[in-house]
Write a protein that binds this ligand. Structure first.
Ligand code: ADP
Ligand code: MG
Length: 619
């Protein structure tokens, strides 16, 4: 797709409704629109400058904030006040990121499981604040170029971003004065930019290989009937162009004997910039040479490829895993799309096309392809292009905490979104007025092993006997992947809902770890669940039996009462011993004793209460 220059002088871009597409990247960000005349997507840029805005923010002592290429210069001269890669912190707590801060020159304050904050001077900034500063800069630049206000946007995020991270990205947009109409996945946007999915009859399976500055993502998507679906994602959140720069620096440090010198650290800093220059140069040339101190630094393309091979090999391992997760073979892939600045390296393209056994798609600028796709989606939302629907999946199961701390899954992992599910619950105690609705994410049977996303109390339930209220809880993930939980007591109509106030912090590695954990702990989880279910059932039986006896005392014989009280004591004892089999046996014994007289006296409604195994939520 050719780049299109925008002619500002004609003023032809004046539109009432300008919806822009934004790629908010770890290393670089940019903004794109659909050209109002030729209807093609185009990245916005000021005259001769690049469309890429480095995702770097510099804070000056006097309060002046600079964003982009200007700020990038301070990475060397004022690293403590220059923030880069803020996207890595989105939706993360200090505990999530503390092991990966060694390469950062700025300070992340130690605040355990609170949202990670960066300290600059006496000020603190969250990832949302920092992302908002970048978005504000993009908005300002776009308004300057387009000569029209820009208030609405589609923003892209990695496919593995969880609800919290998507919400944080939205919040950043809002803070920057942008109405974020849709959050879409980066690989989906890239596919759109290649025109895939625009034709309704098209069916394709696409691999999107995205190697950026600090991250690598591989996503497998399918398109059918204009619907996109993410089949799997894989990658490494600490692998990208920066590692290639470091590999060159390492090579030079050794080759030119800077190692173990007093000024080694300073040289490393200075050589990094030279290394990035070398890397880019070698994407088009056979050798690179540059004067440096008294030496001339040099590196050949051959040497470069030799030292980066181990890094590129790692990305290929991720591709293998992504295919496996999607349940596909290499030759099921119809298209391979190259995304991210680092895919300009011929060696990378070759490695990928060798792996898949097919030529790669690299005709759209890999730096711009995601933003261009976001612009296409923005155009769809503006009502200009119809028939495209973007469909994604939930990476982890979503559910509620039920009695005994068990996870009750409403939306299983890999559910297609938008998605909706609901289930009815009832109270556990007589006269219970409130019900705790605790929302969890994960694959384990016990909620304590999963991630808590949100919690609220449905209050004001009218006093009723246990088991009578009907509380319907529904989960709705909208097209942006944001979860809305609603709880409604159906008899009284009282209702409460939340936009999930998530406890932030989840990476693709976390997702993988949670999946692995659920496999490793499957045995003990089944055991724990069985014990809790047995206990809950026993406790419920004890309660209802006691209630029943109190209520129907007159209709029972002395013998029945004595036998029941003995069986109840035995059951209580087995509960204290935490022995599942014993609990089940004693539950059965108590049932056997109470069943005959219960049947004798109870009316239908009470029968339901006594036998029903419906598990209530905790009060
Ligand atoms: P992100 O999506 O993480 O923000 P980008 O897609 O913008 O990142 O990629 C930035 C990376 O691409 C940087 O490491 C940069 O050095 C690298 N890069 C840009 N152009 C080239 C090139 N011609 N050859 C090799 N690497 C390049
Ligand atoms: Mg990117």
């Amino acid at each position: 797709m050719a780049k299109i220059a925008i002619n500002i002088a004609t003023g032809s871009l004046q539109q009432n409704e300008m919806i822009v597409g934004i790629d908010l990247g770890t290393t670089n960000s940019l903004i794109a629109i659909i050209h109002p005349e030729n209807k093609k997507p185009v990245a916005l840029k000021e005259h001769d400058s690049s469309s890429l805005v480095p995702s770097v923010i510099h804070f000056e002592k006097n309060g002046l904030i600079t964003v982009g290429a200007e700020a990038k210069k301070y990475l060397v001269t004022d690293p403590a006040n220059t923030i880069f890669s803020a996207k890595r912190l989105i939706g993360k707590t200090y505990n999530d990121v503390k092991n990966n801060t060694s390469s950062l020159a700025y300070t992340i304050i130690n605040d355990d499981d609170k949202l990670a904050k960066v300290q600059v001077g006496t000020q603190f900034y969250t990832a949302v604040d920092l992302s908002a500063l970048i978005l504000k800069e993009l908005k300002k630049t776009a308004e300057h170029i387009l000569k029209t206000p820009v208030n609405k946007a589609v923003i892209t995020v990695p496919a593995y971003f969880n609800d919290a991270q998507r919400q944080a990205t939205r919040d950043a947009g809002k803070l920057a004065g942008l109405d974020v109409l849709r959050i879409i996945n980066e690989p989906t946007a890239a596919s759109l930019a290649y025109g895939f999915g625009l034709n309704k009859t098209e069916q394709k399976t696409i691999a999107v290989y995205d190697l950026g500055g600090g991250t690598f993502d591989i996503s497998i998507l399918t398109i059918a009937n204009g619907i996109f679906e993410v089949l799997s994602t894989n990658g490494d959140t600490f692998l990208g162009g920066d590692d290639l720069d470091n590999a060159i620096v390492e090579h030079w440090i050794n080759r030119y004997d800077y190692k173990d010198r007093a000024d080694e650290k300073m040289h490393r800093q200075l050589l990094r910039l030279k290394a990035e220059e070398a890397k880019k140069h070698l994407s088009q040339n056979e050798t690179f040479e540059t004067p440096y101190e008294k030496d001339d630094l040099a590196i050949s393309k051959e040497k470069f490829e030799e030292i980066i091979k181990p890094i590129i090999d790692k990305t290929i391992v991720c591709c293998t895993n992504a295919l496996k997760d999607a349940g596909l073979a290499k030759n099921d892939i119809d298209e391979i799309i190259m995304v991210g600045g680092t895919t300009r390296i011929p060696f990378v393209k070759k490695a990928v096309s060798d792996f898949f056994g097919k030529a790669v798609n690299d005709t759209v600028d890999p730096d711009e392809v995601v933003a261009l796709g976001a612009a296409i989606q923005a155009d769809v939302l503006a009502g200009n292009t119809k028939d495209i629907l973007l469909l994604d999946i939930t990476p982890l199961s979503l559910g509620l905490e039920t009695m005994g701390g068990l996870m009750d899954v409403l939306l299983p992992r890999n559910s297609k979104i938008p998605a909706k599910a609901s289930r009815q619950y009832t109270t556990y105690k007589d006269g219970q007025r409130g019900m705790k609705i605790a929302v969890y994410q994960g694959e384990r049977d016990m909620v304590k092993d999963n991630r808590r996303l949100a919690e609220f109390n449905l209050t004001g339930i009218p006093g009723m006997p246990a088991g009578l209220p009907k509380v319907e809880v529904s989960f709705l993930i909208n097209a942006d992947g944001i979860l809305v939980v609603n709880a409604k007591e159906l008899r009284s109509g009282i209702e409460q809902s939340i936009e999930v106030k998530p406890q932030y912090g989840l990476t693709d590695e976390d997702v993988e770890k949670m999946l692995m954990d659920s496999i490793h702990h499957a045995g003990e989880d089944i055991h724990a669940r069985a014990l809790i279910e047995a206990k809950t059932e026993a406790e419920q039986l004890l309660q209802t039996t006691e209630k029943f006896i109190q209520k129907n005392f007159e209709q029972l014989t002395q013998q029945e009462i004595t036998a029941t009280s003995g069986a109840m004591q035995a059951l209580q004892l087995s509960l204290d011993m935490n022995d599942k089999d014993l609990i089940q046996a004693k539950t059965e014994e108590l049932n056997a004793i109470s069943r005959p007289y219960a049947e004798r006296v109870m009316d239908d409604a009470i029968q339901k209460t006594l036998r029903g195994n419906k598990i209530g939520l905790q009060g």
